[in-house]
Design a protein. Structure first.
Lengths: 510, 307
C-alpha cells in the first residue's frame, strides 16, 4: 500500500518553510511532503515548532520564507477560510469550542457557508453516524465530556469534506477506549484518501497509527522514519537528541498509614465543576499512588480538598490519624501535607513575582521564612537558591519573575519547592504537563526519591505512561468517583481504560 | 395622603417613557458585552448623545435629526473607547471610566450656550381610534415614536443574536475570543462594530432624556442613568427580553415614587428618591447570590492576537 503511494504525487509539499519570532526561530528551513491517504506524524518536543508549522498550513501564520504547493499549485493561504477552501481542516489541541453554544452552533461557526440550521442538524447526525461518532446537535457544549467535545471538532472538519486533516495532540484528553474509536475513524478517513497530519508526543500511539514520521527539533527537521519500524525509545531519542534517563527507584516496603480519606463528598465549586463523590483512600508511607482519569473528572477538586483550598466535611481527611478536613492550607503544611497544583502560572506560582517571593509563598511555614510577621529575606533567598540548585532550574537567578521561566523550568521549581520542604505527604497534579522529556524525567525521579525517603506521594496525571512508570498503585477518577486502587504492576491497559471510564461510560460504537 | 390619586393606567404609560432612555442604553451595552467588551462609559456616551441631540434639535428644529446626531455622537465617542481598548489594548475598566468623565466634561462644554432653552420635542404618534381604546389605548398606542423604536430594538437584538449568523459570530467572539480567532473570525472588527452600536444606542437614550423626557439641557442631565443601564445588563443575565423587564421595573419604581411623593406619602422625599437605586442594588445582590449567571466567557478580557 505504501509503495504505490510513494509514487503518487504529493498532496501538500512544504519547501524550506522558515518563520522567526523575536528571539527565536520557530521553524528553520522545514521541508517535507504529505501524500493523499497518508497518516503522517509530526513529532517533536514542546517548542520544537510543530504548532507554528501547522498554523502556517492552516493560514493563521505567514511564513517568512519558503513555499507550499498543494496538488501542484502554489498554496499560500492568507486566512483559515482560504485554507479551508483548499480542503485543509484542523482539530485544535486546546479545543476551539464555545461552551455556552450548542453543538450545531459550534459546527456552523467552523463552516464558511453553513446550511440552514435544520439541514445542518441532519447532516451532523448523518456524518457522525457514518464515522461512529454519535453527537446530539442540540446539546450545549459546556455539558459534554472531553471525548464528545473532540467529536464536535472532528465532525466539524468532516462536514467540510477535507483533503488534509490536521490533528494537534488529539488524544491528550481521551481514555484508551476513546483513542481506539478515534483511530478507527482516522484509518477509515485515510482509506478514503484523506491525508492526515498527526501531531503528538505520544510515541506508542504514533507507532500504532502512522506510517510516516517527520521529527522536528528546535524548529528543524532532524529526521524522518517509518515509526512502525522504530521503538518508542528510539523515537524519543530522535526527538530529544540525546539518550534518555529512565527514572529508577529503590523498592521499599510500604510503611504505616500516612493519609486516609473516608467517604469524602463535596459539591462542585462552580457551574462547570465536578462534585467529588464518596471518595475513600488509604495511603501509606513510601508509596506512590497514581490517579489517572480524563481531565475534568474531579482532579482539580480532589487536589483542592487535599491541599485545604476547599474545606472538606469534618472527619473525612486524616493525616497520620489526625483529622485535618477543616484546616487551612498553611495549617496542613505545618503538619506535613504539601501540594502542587496543575496550573503553574497563576495557581502554583504568582507569574509576576520573583522566584524568591514564590518560594516564600508556600515555604514560609515549614522553612521558617518569617519572624514575628516580618520576612526573613536572607533565609528566603537561600531557600530559593537551594531549589534552583537542587532541581537544576535554568534561570539567571532567584530574583527573576516566575513568568520569565520556561514551562519545564518553572515546573521543576514548583515541584522542587515542595519536595525540599520534606513533606510527609505530597500531592501533585499533572507534574510534567507540557514539560520537555528530560525535565519530566528529572521531576519523576525527584518524586520517586521522595517516596524512597519515606514520604507518601499522590500523583494525579492524565499521562498514563507517566503513571505506569512511577506508581506503586493505580486508581482513576471518573465523574468525581475514585476507582478501587490496584497494584500498578500487572495492570493491563484495558483494565486501566475501564477504571478511567468508570465502566458505565464505555461508548464503543460501531 | 391620597393613594386614589394614582391612576394605574397613566402609571404604566409613564413608566414606559421613564424607562426608555435606560432601555436604549442597556440594549446597546448588552450587545457590547455579548461581544466580550465591558464598556463602563455608558454614562459618558449617554450625556454626549443628550447634548449633541439637543443642540442639533434646537438648531434645526427637528427632533428626529437630533436623534440621528445623538446616535452619531455616541458612536463617535464609543469608537474612541474602541480604538484605545481594541487596538492599543488599554484596560477596559479604566478606559470606560475615563470615557464617562470625558463625556461629562465634553457635554458641559458643548451645552453651555444651550442652558435654559426649550427644545422641540417628539409628538405622540397618532394612531387614530386605537389611541382612544380604554386602558390599552394610553398604554400601547399613546407614545412617541422612540418608545416603539426602543421596543423594536429589543426585538431586533433578540432576533439577531439568536437567529442570524452575524449574531452567532458575535456571541462566539464574546464567549471565547481565542477560539473565534483560531477559526478565522475578525475578533477586533466584530467588537468595534458592537462598540459602535452600543455607543449609538446610548446616544439615543441620552437624547431621549434631553429631547423628550425633560426636554431641556442642564449639566449632568443623565444623572446616573448610564450606570443603571449597566446594572440592568447584569440583571438581565445578558438576555434582551430581561433587559426590557429590568428597565421597566426600574422605570416603574421611579414613576411610582414620584406619584407617592405627589400623593404626600409620609416618608421623607430622600428615601423615595433613592428607592429605584436601592431596588436595583437589591435585585443585583439577589441575582449574584445565585452564582454564575451566563456572563460571556471573554467579557472584559483583552484580546491579543499572537500571529
Amino acid at each position: 500500500m505504501s509503495e504505490t503511494r510513494a509514487t503518487e504525487p504529493a498532496l501538500l509539499d512544504l519547501e524550506g518553510l522558515t518563520k522567526a519570532y523575536p528571539g527565536v526561530v520557530a521553524n528553520d528551513d522545514v521541508s517535507f511532503a504529505i501524500r493523499p491517504g497518508e497518516i503522517h506524524a509530526l513529532l517533536g518536543e514542546n517548542g520544537a515548532g510543530k504548532s507554528t508549522l501547522v498554523k502556517m498550513i492552516y493560514g493563521l501564520v505567514k511564513p517568512d520564507r519558503g513555499r507550499m504547493t498543494m496538488r501542484g499549485a502554489p498554496f499560500a493561504p492568507a486566512s483559515p477560510a482560504a485554507a479551508r477552501a483548499e480542503g485543509v481542516a484542523m482539530v485544535f489541541q486546546h479545543f476551539s469550542l464555545f461552551e455556552a453554544l450548542n453543538v450545531a452552533e459550534n459546527i456552523a461557526l467552523g463552516m464558511d457557508h453553513p446550511p440552514p440550521p435544520r439541514e445542518l442538524a441532519g447532516r451532523i447526525r448523518e456524518v457522525s453516524a457514518a464515522y461512529g461518532l454519535p453527537l446530539d446537535p442540540a446539546r450545549r457544549v459546556g455539558d459534554l465530556s472531553a471525548g464528545e467535545r473532540q467529536r464536535v471538532e472532528i465532525v466539524r472538519c468532516l462536514l467540510q469534506d477535507p483533503k488534509l486533516l490536521i490533528m494537534d495532540e488529539p488524544t491528550s484528553v481521551l481514555t484508551p477506549q476513546e483513542v481506539e474509536i478515534l483511530f478507527r475513524t482516522l484509518r477509515k478517513l485515510a482509506g478514503e484518501g484523506t491525508a492526515i497530519l498527526y501531531i503528538s508526543h505520544k510515541l506508542e500511539e504514533i507507532r500504532a497509527l502512522c506510517e510516516h514520521a517527520t521529527i522536528l527539533r528546535l524548529g528543524r527537521v532532524v529526521d524522518t522514519c517509518d515509526p512502525r519500524q522504530k521503538s518508542a525509545r528510539e523515537l524519543a531519542e530522535m526527538m530529544v537528541g540525546e539518550e534518555l534517563h529512565v527514572p529508577v527507584r529503590e523498592a521499599g516496603a510500604p510503611g504505616e498509614v500516612a493519609l486516609e480519606i473516608r467517604a469524602l463528598s463535596m459539591p462542585p465549586a462552580s457551574e462547570f465543576g465536578t462534585p467529588l463523590r464518596d471518595i475513600s483512600l488509604t495511603l501509606r508511607k513510601g508509596e506512590v499512588l497514581g490517579i489517572g482519569g480524563v481531565a475534568g473528572n474531579g482532579q482539580d477538586e480532589l487536589l483542592a480538598a487535599l491541599s485545604g483550598e476547599s474545606l472538606a466535611p469534618a472527619g473525612t481527611i486524616r493525616l497520620a490519624g489526625r483529622d485535618i478536613s477543616r484546616l487551612s492550607p498553611n495549617q496542613r503544611r505545618a503538619l506535613g501535607l504539601l501540594a502542587a497544583p496543575e496550573e503553574r502560572l497563576g495557581h502554583a506560582a504568582a507569574p509576576d513575582m520573583s522566584l524568591t517571593e514564590n518560594a516564600l509563598l508556600t515555604g514560609a511555614v515549614r522553612e521558617r521564612l518569617t519572624r514575628r510577621g516580618f520576612i526573613d529575606w536572607a533565609r528566603t533567598r537561600d531557600f530559593a537558591g537551594r531549589i534552583i540548585e537542587a532541581f537544576d532550574v535554568r534561570t539567571p537567578g532567584p530574583e527573576n519573575a516566575a513568568r520569565a521561566l520556561s514551562g519545564g523550568n518553572l515546573q521543576k521549581f514548583v515541584i522542587g519547592r515542595e519536595v525540599l520542604q520534606a513533606p510527609d505527604v505530597l500531592v501533585v497534579n499533572q507534574p510534567t504537563w507540557g514539560v520537555d522529556a528530560s525535565a519530566a524525567a528529572a521531576i519523576r525521579q525527584a518524586l520517586l526519591d521522595l517516596a524512597g525517603e519515606g514520604a507518601a506521594v499522590v500523583v494525579i496525571s492524565q499521562d498514563l505512561d507517566e503513571l505506569m512508570e512511577i506508581s506503586d498503585r493505580f486508581t482513576a477518577l471518573n465523574e468525581g468517583r475514585l476507582a478501587e486502587p490496584r497494584p500498578m504492576r500487572g495492570l493491563s491497559i484495558e483494565e486501566i481504560g475501564l477504571m478511567m471510564g468508570g465502566a458505565h461510560d464505555l461508548e464503543v460504537s460501531a | 395622603m391620597d393613594l386614589t390619586s394614582i391612576n394605574p393606567v397613566l402609571l404604566v404609560a409613564s413608566l414606559m417613557v421613564a424607562a426608555t432612555p435606560i432601555l436604549l442604553a442597556a440594549i446597546g451595552e448588552l450587545v457590547v458585552e455579548r461581544a466580550g467588551v465591558l464598556n463602563l462609559g455608558v454614562e459618558g456616551m449617554m450625556i454626549t448623545g443628550a447634548v449633541v441631540g439637543f443642540a442639533i434639535g434646537v438648531n434645526t428644529g427637528s427632533p428626529a435629526l437630533g436623534f440621528v446626531a445623538a446616535a452619531a455622537g455616541g458612536a463617535a465617542l464609543s469608537l474612541l473607547f474602541g480604538l484605545l481598548t481594541q487596538y492599543l489594548l488599554s484596560n477596559q475598566v479604566a478606559t470606560g471610566l475615563a470615557l464617562t468623565l470625558f463625556g461629562l466634561g465634553l457635554s458641559s462644554l458643548i451645552g453651555k450656550p444651550y442652558e435654559g432653552i426649550k427644545s422641540p420635542t417628539l409628538q405622540k404618534l397618532d394612531l387614530g381610534p386605537l389611541g382612544d381604546l380604554p386602558i390599552v389605548g394610553p398604554i400601547l398606542f399613546g407614545h412617541d415614536p422612540m418608545v416603539y423604536v426602543s421596543l423594536l430594538m429589543v426585538l431586533g437584538v433578540w432576533w439577531g443574536l439568536k437567529h442570524t449568523r452575524a449574531g452567532l459570530i458575535l456571541r462566539a467572539v464574546g464567549e471565547n475570543h481565542d477560539a473565534a480567532h483560531a477559526l478565522g473570525y475578525k475578533v477586533v472588527r466584530v467588537r468595534m462594530a458592537a462598540i459602535a452600536f452600543g455607543g449609538a444606542s446610548a446616544g439615543l437614550g441620552g437624547a431621549y432624556i434631553s429631547l423628550v423626557r425633560v426636554p431641556q439641557w442642564v449639566e449632568g442631565l443623565t444623572a446616573g442613568a448610564g450606570w443603571i443601564a449597566l446594572a440592568i445588563v447584569v440583571f438581565a443575565s445578558w438576555r434582551p427580553w430581561r433587559a426590557l423587564l429590568g428597565a421597566y421595573l426600574f422605570g416603574g419604581v421611579t414613576v411610582l415614587q414620584l406619584n407617592l411623593q405627589a400623593a404626600g406619602l409620609a416618608i421623607p422625599v430622600e428615601y423615595l428618591s433613592m428607592s429605584p437605586y436601592v431596588v436595583t442594588i437589591l435585585v443585583l445582590v439577589l441575582i449574584s447570590a445565585r452564582g454564575r449567571h451566563g456572563a460571556p466567557g471573554s467579557l472584559g478580557r483583552i484580546f491579543h492576537s499572537t500571529g
